[in-house]
Design a protein around this ligand. Structure first.
Ligand code: CO
Length: 297
């Protein structure tokens, strides 16, 4: 169970990311660089007294998640793009996670449907329900609007310093045997699409996480791993955050060495299998006796 002090920190982190999310709605427009969006989000989090819990994800159209622009990224939002911005902040390891999708073209219906799916999911939450009941609410809402939920993306439980704390929250129906308890902290994140309803790993990865110390050959890799462990612990970090003062080639070779040694886990960019567009909405909630408290409103 959470102490009152912990609950207050969660509420602070939640309010802060909600404010950042509302700023993001204004800055995502055609012509804006993806890297500017990501860096603005991360700077706002720091200005408000927290730290990013993970790199800001700016995932466009058929890219569902895990795109965080590398330092050399020059791409911009184009007219008609569907842009998902996923935002996480942590205060002393207590994490709040929220996301927004901005339609710059005619995908407003999909955005409204995913936001509705999130609200329906929030309504069913209370202690004792199977997490599959949340998936059922998401799936029914998506299908009623003419879209498909993404079956192989899920929400997740949060705990201190841990972004994926065991419990997963499906976006489709089906009993799992996993039941909610008072005090569970959940990042609810329905994803819906006009494509096939599945995502696949793309070859690229721009977000990584420390797994453990491993013997590595080069001094550069040893130093990088040491710094990663100290700065980010086991929370995800961006390639971009390491890029300062390093050539792109050297950075990529060093990361490759650490991944191959099993010291880092790469989060591959996730793309919709049929190339459909994807919309996402997300809130962090705390399960209460009566239902839940949404900390990212
Ligand atoms: Co998120």
């Amino acid at each position: 169970m959470l102490s009152d002090v912990e609950l207050e920190i969660y509420r602070r982190a939640g309010k802060l990311v909600a404010e950042v999310r509302e700023e993001v709605r204004k800055i995502v427009k055609p012509g804006e660089m993806l890297i500017t969006i990501a860096e603005t989000v991360e700077d706002l989090i720091r200005q408000k007294g927290a730290r990013p819990a993970f790199p800001c994800n700016v995932s466009v159209n058929e890219v569902a998640a895990h795109y965080s622009p590398p330092a050399t990224d020059e791409s911009r939002v184009k007219e008609g793009d569907l842009v998902k911005v996923d935002i996480g902040a942590q205060i002393d390891g207590y994490i709040a996670d929220t996301a927004v999708t901005v339609a710059t073209g005619d995908d407003l219906e999909m955005v409204q449907a995913v936001e509705r799916a999130l609200e329906e999911a929030i309504k069913v939450i209370k202690p004792g329900i199977d997490v599959g009941d949340i998936g059922e609410a998401v799936e029914a809402t998506a299908l009623a609007a003419g879209f498909k939920p993404i079956r192989n993306l899920t929400g997740h439980a949060l705990s201190r310093w841990t972004l994926h704390a065991g419990l997963t929250i499906p976006n489709v129906r089906g009993a799992t045997g996993e039941r909610l308890e008072v005090g569970d902290i959940l990042a609810l994140e329905p994803f819906i699409t006009n494509g096939a309803g599945y995502v696949e790993d793309a070859p690229q990865a721009f977000i990584f996480r420390y797994v453990g110390d491993r013997p590595v050959r080069t001094r550069m890799a040893r130093k990088m791993l040491f710094d990663i462990k100290r700065n980010y612990d086991s929370l995800p970090f961006a390639e971009r955050w390491l890029a300062k003062g390093m050539s792109k080639l050297r950075l990529e070779l060093t990361l490759r060495e650490l991944i191959n040694a099993g010291a880092l886990y790469p989060y591959h960019v996730l793309k919709e299998r049929a190339g459909g567009k994807v919309a996402q909405a997300e809130h962090t909630v705390i399960v209460t006796e009566q239902g839940c408290e949404v900390i990212t409103r």
